[in-house]
Design a protein around this ligand. Sequence first.
Ligand code: NAD
Ligand code: IPM
Ligand code: MN
Length: 369
Amino acid sequence: DGARVIATLPGDGIGPEIMNVAVKVLETVAEGEGVSLRFEEHAIGGDAIDKTGKPLPEETLEACKASDQVLLAAIGGYKWDNLSSKDRPEGGLLQLRAGLDCFANLRPATLQDELLEGSPLKPEVIKGVDIMIVRELVGGIYFGEPRGFKDADGDRAGYNTMVYKKSEVERIARVAFEIAKARKGNLVSVDKANVLEVSQLWRQTVADAFEADGCEADGLSLSNMYVDNCAMQLCTNPSQFDVILTGNIFGDILSDQASVITGSLGMLPSASVSSPGKPGIYEPVHGSAPDIAGQDKANPLGMVLSAAMMCRYGLNEPEMADIIEDAVKSVLAKGYRTGDLMGASPAGAELTQVSCSQMGELLLETIAE
Ligand code: NAD
Ligand code: IPM
Ligand code: MN
């Protein structure tokens, strides 16, 4: 029927609550724009463990491979926390990313003007912040071998391997170069080259690729920063950053930290992309938030903005992305906030606390206007 297939993976905790909002928003916008989408739901994470015994059933991986794009909410929860790494919900997510070869994880930390006073950081420090974190997603210490537990002279040890091949660094660096060209052109590669060989290779490879590609002539600048310093600078002087290029684990940590600028971890979307023509995975940066799951309290905006990224980058429907992003801005401008954004209320502002599903209804009303 020509409809594009979106594989939806609600997962665990707040996952189904926020997915519900995103799918309704997408359906409404697609209908208005005359775009034909079909949503097909599949199990992942703890939900899939309970149903099939595996965090990423074969059926789910095959369906995602055959889909146009994948929309994922969140996985994980206390119930499955004692399983081995590959059997737990997080293992399913990692297998999905690797199975689709979604090596480039784009995590924009953009402060919406409406939330300038919603962050615990000072407004003058965060004003206008617009950072794109480009995180390598299918390598590094998350996937390096050997890994495991072993006896160490009568003691017990757990170990992992942080490894990057030149080719893996080159391909993520080139994604960052292209993104930087479409932005301010200011690229910072973040590593721990003062201690780690893997980072020394990373730094040299990024510099060589930058040179080989003639990036300077294209107006790009490249600098390097140690990850510990970067974590500090994200709090004290975040507006210096445009594009941050980094590896898997550093990007994981720095993106949660960067979310503080935007007011809440619940605001941050992401896109995990593979080679052109292959499906990408669109998912919020946060997890399944088991502490608030099932209470209709979650902020669905990171999920909804991930759906907008899917429209823009995955479906090539920029108008749909614009409508969704404008609707988010509009409900925030009207003062509606989920609980996570109520903490630092600006003096004198009229804010209304709403539930996850109410935020969804407000988005639909705004889109219909
Ligand atoms: P988390 O991101 O789930 O939650 C951290 C804190 O932020 C919690 O207090 C939570 O309530 C809050 N929060 C997160 N998203 C929110 C939202 N949309 N609205 C309001 N508040 C929100 O991280 P955690 O607690 O460290 O991990 C919980 C589980 O999620 C673990 O099993 C973890 O492995 C998993 N996890 C999954 C993903 C993913 O699916 N991509 C990402 C991170 C963590
Ligand atoms: C994220 C999450 C995942 C990661 C976990 C759940 C495997 O924290 O998407 O940021 O570390 O990549
Ligand atoms: Mn994370």
